[in-house]
Ligand binder design. Structure first.
Ligand SMILES: [Zn+2]
Length: 177
């Protein structure tokens, strides 16, 4: 059972995992969070809070803790500029804090990686990382459809129109971690 902040507590329609999209760095053949370098060792991550929230409190409303994911796939070119950035899809579950463009969740698991535009070494690295995790590496145009085999998008009606919390400010400043 998930719960959603901003007044949508323990919504009964959130029993299934939520689909989200984000980026990682490929490091040592695996995935690491872009912002803090946390390793997604087996393709999943349980969020931890460095301000003292316990695992079952994460993500806390007035905090920046949680695993970040956008509601929509990152732009096709978002990962193209660097040799080690890769986009992909996750399912998120546990506590959920909904923001305008994305959410923070307690736990997340990779369900697909996005093939880069370029061929060559980066493409090979993405395919190898996907193989290691047992997830598909798919073209950008297929990413959302593949993700939806594993969960549902958070209904737009449950997304806040405006977020005024400090966490929301962190979100807009740093983007997904
Ligand atoms: Zn926290």
């Amino acid at each position: 059972m998930s719960s959603v902040g901003y007044g949508y507590s323990a919504a009964p329609d959130l029993i299934v995992p939520l689909v989200g999209f984000r980026q990682w760095r490929i490091a040592d053949g695996g995935l690491a969070s872009v912002y803090d370098g946390a390793r997604w060792a087996d393709g999943s991550l349980t969020a931890r809070c460095d301000r003292g929230h316990s695992p079952d409190e994460v993500p806390a409303k007035e905090c920046s803790c949680g695993v970040y994911a956008y509601y929509d796939p990152c732009p096709r070119t978002a990962s193209a500029a660097t040799p080690d950035l890769v986009g992909g899809a996750v399912v998120v579950w546990g506590r959920i804090e909904a923001h305008i463009y994305g959410m923070r969740g307690g736990r997340a698991r990779v369900v697909a990686l996005e093939l880069p535009l370029s061929h060559g070494r980066k493409r090979r690295a993405v395919i190898d990382a996907a193989d290691l995790l047992g997830v598909p590496a798919v073209p950008h145009r297929s990413l959302k459809a593949v993700a939806l085999e594993h969960g549902e998008v958070l209904a737009p009606a449950l997304r806040p129109k405006k977020t005024l919390t400090r966490a929301a400010n962190v979100w807009s400043r740093n983007g997904p971690v």
